[in-house]
Design a protein around this ligand. Structure first.
Ligand SMILES: Cc1cc2nc3c(=O)[nH]c(=O)nc-3n(C[C@H](O)[C@H](O)[C@H](O)COP(=O)(O)OP(=O)(O)OC[C@H]3O[C@@H](n4cnc5c(N)ncnc54)[C@H](O)[C@@H]3O)c2cc1C
Length: 451
């Protein structure tokens, strides 16, 4: 969504399909968008705002929203209006520094800067489209600074998907569900449309002046993800579909189609793993502690996801427990997690240790040490320096965590105009990419929580 301005400029250029149209007598769409997640819907709204007359959104799934609708819904962005009220100082420069720190300096600097310079306008733009941000601002895990916005603590991704969808449809966009794009149509290297398998299983062509790949990542495609990171075989579930029971469109279709046309990739080998078995109740930093299966701390809970997940991979059975208490701000999933016993409750540390099958003495020592560090705001063992509370007010809430494949930090290489770039450095005319399908700004890890 960050690239919408550049995209608009590109869409504004003229393109004549006159002869083509006459020969084939087919509708020529101003913009064809593949995928209806937050990236595709943002592109649709932006195109309409820029004057596009016909916008077609093609979605292979039975419903809109891809991973976006499942998302917890935190959106990082400088937002002086809200941050200043809460005494938080922030700037695009600080955000960029945080992004480069988390990305290990592998980020495409120019693209990362565009993201940060425009983050405030993205927050405001979404608000103008009807997204109602909560006044609280959170520092999410790996966010490094309090700048994450959310609409509510319950599946907030749903809220922005619905706001964008409503705007797009009300302003004339056409949405086709259960319509899978299977290929790109080109003429002399220029993209001219898409081939789809439609709702009836039939092949059909759509012709457009511009095609935008907003197909999301490839976390759900085991063959593709092991091509880029051989460790990520079937044993790792995805965070979008942890039990393998629902539709997950993140199969890298856009990436595969772009590769066929000679597109380059950037940082595709960096897939983000996060603990997502259900045991974590908090997505913000400071209210929980992670311990391994013998009850000892092993990582700075405020570190990047890359650091946290690499540390979990080193622990016995690659598992950990997340523990919080009565003081933290928990989402609505708590009730169902308690019913399903993914999260358990205990009134004493001893009771919790018994359930976790760890030594009560070790667990008590770990918590005592953590709490005395939390009181002074500094953790000499792992360097955590953000504590919103101590963890000493029962009931305790605790759950086991395992890693899931969460996010593709890289993908299709693109330039500052959101155009797809080939391995030889040239662009593929009329082909654009946005969202998780793209690669460049993040580097080797994603700053939390930045779409
Ligand atoms: C559980 C969970 C929680 C998350 N929480 C956060 C958070 O709090 N903050 C944050 O910033 N990020 C979060 N993320 C990540 C974030 O949701 C994604 O990075 C983001 O939604 C990607 O948006 P997108 O539009 O690029 O892709 P998606 O939302 O995945 O949309 C892509 C769409 O393209 C469709 N598609 C794919 N191929 C084709 C094809 N061939 N033809 C037609 N359609 C196709 C897919 O079906 C899908 O609907 C979370 C992710 C998950 C799984």
């Amino acid at each position: 969504m960050i690239y919408r301005r550049k995209l608009l400029a590109a869409l504004g250029t003229t393109w004549s399909f006159g002869v083509f149209a006459e020969q084939h007598a087919v509708k020529i769409w101003d913009v064809i968008i593949v995928g209806s997640g937050v990236a595709g819907l943002s592109a649709a709204c932006s195109a309409l705002q820029a004057g596009a007359k016909s916008v077609l959104i093609l979605e292979k799934g039975p419903v809109v929203g891809g991973h976006s609708i499942l998302s917890t819904g935190y959106v990082a962005g400088v937002d002086r209006k809200r941050q200043e009220k809460l005494g938080i100082k922030d700037s695009p420069e600080l955000m960029l520094q945080n992004m480069l720190d988390i990305g290990g300096g592998k980020n495409d600097y120019e693209l990362a800067k565009i993201v940060c310079d425009n983050s405030e306008s993205v927050i405001n733009w979404l608000e103008d489209l009807g997204v109602k941000w909560d006044d609280r601002i959170f520092q999410t895990v790996a966010g490094l600074h309090p700048r994450s916005h959310i609409t509510s603590l319950v599946r907030a991704g749903y809220d922005y998907v619905m706001a964008l969808l409503q705007y797009a449809v009300n302003h004339g966009a056409t949405l086709k569900l259960k319509t899978k794009v299977t290929g790109l149509i080109t003429e002399n290297g220029t993209v001219k449309g898409v081939i789809v398998q439609n709702i009836n299983g039939m092949s059909q062509e759509f012709i457009g002046k511009t095609v935008i790949l907003a197909t999301g990542g490839f976390t759900a495609n085991v063959e593709l993800r092991t091509r880029y990171d051989p460790r990520l075989g079937e044993i790792f579930p995805t965070t979008a579909n942890p039990f393998g029971s629902t539709f997950d469109g993140a199969t890298g279709d856009g990436l595969l189609m772009a590769l066929e046309l000679g597109a380059a990739t950037k940082d595709a080998e960096y897939l983000q793993l996060i603990p997502f078995w259900g045991g974590r109740l908090l997505d913000y930093v400071g209210g929980d502690i992670y311990v391994n299966i013998v009850g000892k701390r092993f990582v700075n809970e405020a570190a990047s996801w890359k650091e946290v997940s690499e540390a979990i991979l080193q622990q016995p059975q690659c598992e950990m427990w997340a523990i919080t208490d009565s003081q933290s701000q928990k989402g609505a999933s708590l009730g169902i997690k308690l019913i399903k016993k993914v999260i358990k409750k205990a009134n004493t540390v001893e009771e919790m240790a018994l359930e976790m099958k760890v030594s009560p003495k070790v667990l008590k020592q770990t918590l005592d040490e953590y709490n005395s560090n939390a009181r002074i705001g500094l953790d000499p063992l792992y360097g955590k320096n953000l504590f919103t509370q101590t963890i000493d007010r029962p009931p305790y809430y605790f759950g086991k965590e395992k890693l899931g494949v969460h996010f593709c930090c890289g993908g299709i290489k693109f330039n500052k105009n959101a155009q797809v770039v080939k391995t030889n450095g040239a662009i593929i005319p009329r082909l654009y990419v946005c969202g998780e399908a793209s690669g460049g700004p993040h580097g080797h890890d994603r700053m939390g929580e930045l779409l």
